[in-house]
Design a protein around this ligand. Sequence first.
Ligand SMILES: Nc1ncnc2c1ncn2[C@@H]1O[C@H](COP(=O)(O)OP(=O)(O)OP(=O)(O)O)[C@@H](O)[C@H]1O
Length: 292
Amino acid sequence: MAPTLPQTQPAAVELQSVWKRFGQQVAVQDLSLRIPQGEVFALLGPNGAGKSTTIRMLTSLTRPSQGSIQVGGYDVVREPLLVRQQIGVVLQPITLEAELTVWENLEFHARMHHIPNPERQRRIDQWLDYVRLADRRQDKVKTLSGGMKRRLQVARALLHRPQILFLDEPTVGLDPQARRLLWEILRDLNQQGMTLLVTTHYMEEAEELCDRIGIMEGGRLIELGSPAQLRAKHGEALLVRSLPGQEADYTFFPSLAEAQRQLEAEPDKTGLMVRPANLEDIFVRLTGRRLD
Ligand SMILES: Nc1ncnc2c1ncn2[C@@H]1O[C@H](COP(=O)(O)OP(=O)(O)OP(=O)(O)O)[C@@H](O)[C@H]1O
């Protein structure tokens, strides 16, 4: 996995003390965050944590109640059209025209972005190839699998050549193979210099794909760092005691060796085991709950 990018990289996304209120409901509280260009950043959090609201503010779909947001160097409130030129967006749910063909869906989007022919045709061909859908170009979208639809959404989001791609739960509902293929595409885009901001419920996805992770709960950012930094901070290893009919008990240790030493020192070793800590464990430690 790529190391965390240095702070000297120009920011792709910058939020300063951002709040979003819906009436009495506070969806996002005092969020400050800087995502350098070229980073893959994941926002993690349980339902209602404020992830979608954050993405909606970053993509200029909803205005912050307070604070400022720059995306691609532009202010989302004052310069939303310039922001939209810099970004591609893959939101939930799938917003493709089911009765139109794969090609027609892309053609429609490219026309909306005023991409003239023959450049339009060339780009559609190029991106269909890239997301492995060239052989499905004449098929109606309703005949595609979930993974294919998601890849088509990605191709559509890339047609106008954005620098930053936002993806809200991109692999939800996909089988492992389809998920891996999408990761491969996203990783490749990042290697070409694209900044990615992803929300996900899947710890494995965050761990595999992302340089840094922000954990949100109750509208607040409660943790931020690379997977390695988070493990170093919270503990690399776990001693787990799990007994039938009881909730498992987890204790973090800085290293596997230290967890192992503790296990050996325990007079009663029933149900005890040592294993490496993962992001899910850290998430549970921080929030007291699982992601799904
Ligand atoms: N348009 C809205 N009107 C009122 N409240 C809203 C609106 N949008 C979001 N909220 C509230 O803001 C909070 C954050 O919601 P948000 O959808 O951002 O969370 P999330 O982390 O994306 O969760 P999920 O994974 O379920 O999408 C929730 O309490 C939600 O009910």
